[in-house]
Design a protein around this ligand. Structure first.
Ligand code: X2X
Length: 335
């Protein structure tokens, strides 16, 4: 099955409309939130619920509209819209945000965190505070306190399973547009191509690339199993979504409405984390039943490859000693 843009748009407007039409007459603040994930991903089910709550609690003074699935453009487009104020809210991977705020990429350091609890403790704690300060330093964007979850990323290919780092050599793999991702897969001696998520399904289908990497919840909801055969559980990197706001747009609202938005965004983020965790943990059997061949891997081999390629040393230098010390406060010594 191919996903046509029209199908996606039909699904998307069904999600955006109910919340907006009820209060359309009297809204003082009509705001748009865009993201890159299918409507069936927990990010969008929780966002729809959140938007309805914000609209109701504000008694219709806010009309919070959700635009899923790259409906407003790909991540690169939406990032510039969020900076200019054309888009009021946007969820973005810390690593793609790295094109604007290099420090944000620190949560993506591969094989650093023990598990999701450890990453989220760091991002709800000092590491997150450090990153959000840098985001606020842009002057145009800010991030809400609670990062949303995407999960640990796994490699899928149409050609061969990835059992060891050698299997990544020369692999034509799609990575999201981010310096960190390119650097990581260059360290694995792959041949990474940066492509926005909006174009990933068709890039795999037309064999522009042979591989990609994403958490199972995204592989399944975006139906990447239709265009990929092997799924190798590498857990090479945790990824999430900072819930970003355009500062000017947010500052325009009175304090009581700011409070309603902030509380609901953070509460929805916590629920989304739970949903994503359950989904990622339970999807292996489902993907297998749809024909994917799944294998596990030994993380130590991959970490050793990154270490010998100088990956950790390079990023330690780029992030700086201060940020790295905050990271290691949570992960333990990495170098
Ligand atoms: O682009 C991707 O692969 C995705 C959907 O995981 C991100 O948003 C980084």
């Amino acid at each position: 099955m191919t996903i046509s843009r029209r199908n996606l748009l039909a699904g998307a407007s069904a999600l955006a409309l109910p919340a907006s039409s009820v209060f359309a007459q009297k809204a003082l603040f009509t705001v748009k939130y865009g993201n890159n994930l299918p409507v069936s991903h927990p990010m969008n089910t929780r966002a729809a619920e959140m938007a309805a709550k914000i609209n109701a609690e504000s008694k219709g003074r806010i009309d919070f509209q959700v635009y899923p699935n790259n409906q407003l453009g790909n991540d690169t487009d939406m990032l510039s819209q969020a900076r200019s104020g054309a888009l009021d809210y946007f969820t973005l991977s810390p690593l793609i945000l790295g094109t604007l705020v290099p420090a944000a990429q620190i949560s993506g350091v591969g094989f650093a965190f023990k598990d999701t609890n450890q990453v989220l403790a760091a991002l709800d704690g000092d590491l997150g505070a450090h990153v959000r300060k840098q985001i606020a330093g842009t002057g145009t964007l800010f991030a809400f306190d609670k990062i949303w979850d995407s999960g640990y990323r796994q490699v899928t290919t149409s050609t061969r399973p990835i059992n060891s780092p050698e299997d990544l050599k020369g692999l034509r793999i799609r990575v999201p547009p981010s310096p960190f991702w390119v650097s990581m897969f260059k360290a694995f001696e792959s041949s990474p191509a940066t492509i926005n998520f909006a174009e990933v399904y068709s890039a795999l289908q037309t064999k522009v690339v042979d591989a990609q990497e994403n958490p199972l919840a995204i592989i399944a909801t975006a139906k990447l199993n239709e265009v990929q055969k092997f799924c190798s559980l590498t857990n090479h990197m945790w990824d999430g979504y900072w819930f970003l706001g355009n500062k000017k747009s947010f500052d325009r609202m009175p304090a009581d409405l700011q409070e309603i938005v902030t509380r609901n965004v953070n509460a929805a983020g916590l629920k989304e984390r739970e949903d994503v965790r359950i989904l990622n943990d339970g999807l292996q059997a489902d993907l297998k039943s749809k024909g994917m061949i799944i294998n596990s891997t030994d993380a130590d081999l991959f970490r050793a490859k990154l270490r010998s390629a100088g990956f950790y040393a390079e990023w330690h230098k780029k992030f700086g000693a201060e940020a790295w010390t905050i990271l290691e406060k949570y992960t333990g010594k990495l170098l």
